[in-house]
Design a protein around this ligand. Structure first.
Ligand code: ADP
Ligand code: MG
Ligand code: ZN
Length: 477
């Protein structure tokens, strides 16, 4: 787990980061019409008068989209309010109505939070519903609009339901921002409202970044677009914070801007000066009624929410007697159920977590029988198998589904009898009297030589820790 509190900036500067995340909801149809909501179809095949914005067409809200948005909002601990759709007016060729139906002063979900693996909370300002735009492709000139020969527009995505999750400016490092996005993605997947694929654009992240000295008021921010991987997100934030610090230290001011991240050259570039809300001339959408869920509606949504990643980390951490961060990998790999049952069956929690973290990042790990896994851990802690042997047996168990006893016997992984081990150690001491004298003089490095020699003599069957203990015992005798 990397440190999310460390300040890596020069001269006491601190970053302030707030993320806006767009998430496409995986409903069967679009937000205001019956067109299929599908990625990757032939351009302009999933369209109708409503999503093409033809005159006289009228929107009808998709109940599933509203339910999905509320489910995500409640999973983010938001209050669900009466909400009103609003028109956000601007012109762009991929938006045929010349306005986007969104929510403005009355969004569906407000004032929530999510919890990072280290237990810290990041505030959520709002999570509102809006429609996606179409997609422009600029042909020629490397895909850049000003150098393109012509442009094409695909309206398949126009009207696809989105939730925009606006995070509070609570993040202080690029790493924390990455963790926030990972956590949000895990929550979105848990409540099953989107496939949340950054690379396909079903989850899109914009990062607002400013810098300040700790304790000072927030500085002027810039918003970075086009972050389509966690790696880009982290790099862009670090670059942008340093750019702002350089400007401020040179006595200049930060101008609030929307900037574009260029993955190839590793910089952010000016896209446009920031629009203000007034520029959009928001007004309530006259063709749609407000959404006004009852308490019973919200209760039904709450009942449909499965245990969330943070709850699962806490449950496993409690059972294993560790901090929630130590349980993060098990939950991320969806193997916390396996860990819980194995621990319940008496397996040593630290070995269970270590095996899952280090040795079970493999296909088929989810099919491992918890009882057999617990028995393997028992053989290891009981001294029948060394750590290395246990790892080998575990890999075989995942592949073949056989029992650890059967695999250990087949591979000749039998417990080294203490007497036999001592015999081998005594022989080696006699053969290497100089090294032994050096070890007895306190040269710990020679221990490795003896352990290696024992391993070779036993074909890896001896337990390294037992050998070291035996060597110490003999040196002190
Ligand atoms: P806008 O409507 O202009 O996008 P918002 O108030 O909705 O502005 O804020 C957008 C995002 O900017 C939020 O995610 C918020 O956390 C973030 N943000 C606000 N102020 C700052 C700041 N000074 N530094 C970094 N991020 C900020
Ligand atoms: Mg915004
Ligand atoms: Zn349509």
């Amino acid at each position: 787990m990397s440190d999310t509190s460390a300040a890596t900036l020069p001269n006491g500067w601190e970053m302030v980061i707030g993320l806006e995340v767009h998430c496409e909801l995986s409903t069967a149809t679009k937000l205001f019409c019956g067109c299929p909501n599908q990625f990757g179809n032939e351009p302009n095949t999933n369209v109708c008068p409503v999503c093409l914005g033809l005159p006289g067409s009228l929107p009808v809200v998709n109940a599933s989209a509203v339910e999905y948005a509320m489910r995500l909002g409640r999973a983010l601990h938001c209050d669900v309010h009466r909400s009103v759709f609003a028109r956000k007016n601007y012109f762009y060729p991929d938006m045929p109505k010349d306005y986007q139906v969104s929510q403005y002063d009355l969004p569906t979900n407000v004032e929530g939070w999510l919890e990072l693996p280290d237990g810290s909370r990041v505030g959520i300002e709002r999570a509102h519903i809006e429609e996606d735009t179409g997609k422009s492709t600029h042909v020629g000139g490397g895909g850049r609009i000003h150098e393109a020969g012509y442009s094409l527009v695909d309206y398949n995505r126009a009207g696809v339901p989105l939730v925009e999750i606006v995070g509070k400016p609570d993040l202080r490092t690029a790493e924390a921002a990455r963790q926030y996005v990972s956590e949000l993605r895990a929550i979105i997947l848990a409540v099953d409202v989107s496939d949340a694929k950054m690379e396909e654009g079903s989850m899109r992240v914009d990062a607002n970044v400013s810098v300040r000295r700790p304790g000072e008021p927030f500085g002027t921010r810039c918003e970075i677009k086009n972050l389509n991987s966690l790696r880009s997100l982290g790099r862009a934030i670090d670059y942008e914070a340093r750019r702002q610090i350089d400007l401020l230290e040179a006595g200049e001011r930060i101008i609030q801007q929307t900037r574009h991240w260029d993955e190839a050259d590793g910089r952010t570039h000016t896209l446009r000066s920031k629009e203000e809300a007034e520029d959009y001339r928001y007004f309530a959408e006259p063709d749609l009624v407000p959404l006004d869920p009852t308490e019973a509606d919200v209760a039904a949504i709450d009942a449909s929410i499965p245990p969330l990643p943070a709850d699962r980390r806490r449950a496993l951490a409690d059972a294993a007697g560790v901090e929630p961060a130590a349980a993060a990998m098990c939950v991320e790999r969806d193997l916390d159920g396996l860990a819980l049952v194995a621990i319940e069956a008496g397996a040593a929690p630290d070995r269970v977590l270590t095996h899952i973290d280090n040795n079970l990042a493999v296909d088929g790990a989810d099919r491992l029988a918890p009882a057999l896994f617990a028995r393997l851990v028992g053989m290891e802690t009981g001294g029948e198998l060394t750590a290395t042997q246990a790892k080998t047996v575990l890999a075989d168990m995942v592949e073949t589904g056989r029992s650890p006893e059967e695999i250990a016997a087949e591979r000749g992984f039998e417990a080294m009898d203490t007497g036999a081990l001592e015999g081998i150690v005594d022989e080696l001491i006699a053969e290497h009297s100089d090294e032994w004298a050096s070890f007895c003089d306190g040269n710990q490095k020679v221990a490795g030589f003896f352990v290696g020699a024992v391993m070779k003599a036993t074909k890896g069957q001896a337990d390294g820790k037992a050998v070291t203990a035996l060597l110490r015992q003999k040196a002190e005798a």
